[in-house]
Design a protein around this ligand. Structure first.
Ligand code: ATP
Ligand code: MG
Length: 357
């Protein structure tokens, strides 16, 4: 899929920007603080309903503005045109698809963007939540019922947590919610495992091309509760402890995964650059797996390419992306030499974006 037209209004320093990215590689060049990251952030928002930068969604709103809107015309499968909108009016966020108001979950299911940015090493270096989100984004685009099941799980989890917080002891009040968590977590976990098995093969391929010196890559998946027990059994066994803590300490909401290398068995063995390259391999594999299932590549955003990777790894990444036939949006203070000949260039300056010939 690709973004054919983009209009951004009142997002951070982008007051009112309209642009038409090329189908292939697009490079956004500008000084620090010009608005490059904000531009990629807008595209990412359409596919995730949240930013890749930390902080509240409302911080995206231009200072002093009370509305924000992002509009994109997306070409899917080379021909179908979808019109996507995301905006905030008053205190509400609103999605639009081909002129109709839709829930954000419907909007984000239409648009797929994979982003590599200065925060991406968190996928490897930070806590489990980041990795769970990443995994579930992938599963969400493969399994149509994932979101509905995940919502059922979350609802049961909230109910159980509120019983725990109120110090409730009656077994009969817990059991229905624990059963619901067990039912839904079983399916969610099976989907996650299936996804990761396919994904790992692609990760191994990209790692082999980007960081072969680390040797073979393996994956460790933790489903979130102990081996040899159903989640229902684990929850009953854990209840007294959970009552002390006031929340549910085991379950599908505690799942995690980690890739391990033959020559760097611990996460702490990786340099910062190797963490970033691992994150790149994970993201590319996710994009490739999306392409396998959806029959088209997601849009790939790379924020601040040159500051993230050395020139050899930049070239290796660009070569991989060239093979991918994805639309690519790259930002930087300069245009990387490896992209100069084939990219459409845009200049970003004080929140304005203009094409460079
Ligand atoms: N809510 C907001 N309202 C107005 N301006 C904002 C808001 N949030 C951030 N900004 C400003 O928007 C500008 C653009 O930020 P952005 O991160 O997009 O720049 P950038 O081009 O990626 O810079 P860098 O090269 O430093 O990464 C900054 O000057 C920032 O201070
Ligand atoms: Mg930036």
């Amino acid at each position: 899929m690709r973004v054919d037209k983009l209009r951004i209004q009142a997002l951070r320093c982008l007051d009112d920007v309209t642009l038409e990215p090329a189908p292939g590689i697009n490079v956004f060049v500008g000084a620090n603080g010009a608005g490059k990251t904000s531009l990629l952030e807008a595209v990412f928002l359409l596919s995730h309903g949240r930013s890749f930068r930390s902080g509240a969604r409302d911080a995206l709103l231009q200072r002093g503005a009370d509305t924000l809107s992002i509009y994109a015309e997306l070409i899917r499968h080379g021909s179908t045109r979808r019109r996507l909108g995301l905006g905030r009016e008053g205190s509400r966020w609103q999605g639009r698809l081909d002129g109709q108001g839709v829930r954000l979950s419907e909007l984000v299911s239409e648009c797929a963007v994979v982003s590599f940015d200065p925060g991406s090493h968190a996928l490897i270096a930070a806590g489990a939540e980041e990795r769970r989100r990443f995994l579930d984004w992938g599963v969400f685009h493969v399994e149509q019922d994932f979101l509905a099941l995940w919502r059922r799980y979350q609802r049961a989890l909230r109910q159980r947590n509120s019983l725990l917080r109120s110090g409730e002891l009656a077994n009969s009040l817990y059991l229905p919610w624990e059963q619901e968590m067990d039912d839904t977590a079983g399916v969610i976990t099976a989907w996650r495992e299936q996804y990761l098995a396919q994904w790992l093969m692609l990760v191994a391929q990209y790692v082999g091309q980007l960081i072969p010196e680390l040797g073979n890559v393996t994956l460790r998946f933790r489903r979130g509760w102990g081996e040899g027990l159903t989640l229902g059994e684990a929850l009953v066994a854990q209840r007294a402890r959970d009552l002390g803590r006031g929340h549910t300490t085991q379950g599908a909401h505690r799942a995690d995964w980690m890739v391990n290398y033959e020559h760097a068995p611990l996460r702490e063995h990786l340099s910062r650059g190797q963490e970033k390259l691992t994150a790149v391999a994970c993201l590319l594999a996710q994009a490739a797996l999306f392409a396998k299932h959806a029959g088209e590549w997601p849009v790939v955003c790379i924020d601040d390419l040159a500051s993230e990777l050395d020139t050899a790894h930049q070239s290796a990444l660009v070569a991989q992306l060239g093979d991918a036939e994805a639309q690519i949006l790259v930002s930087g203070t300069d245009c990387p030499a490896s992209l100069r000949s084939e990219a459409r260039l845009f200049h970003v300056e004080q929140g304005r974006v203009s094409p460079l010939l």
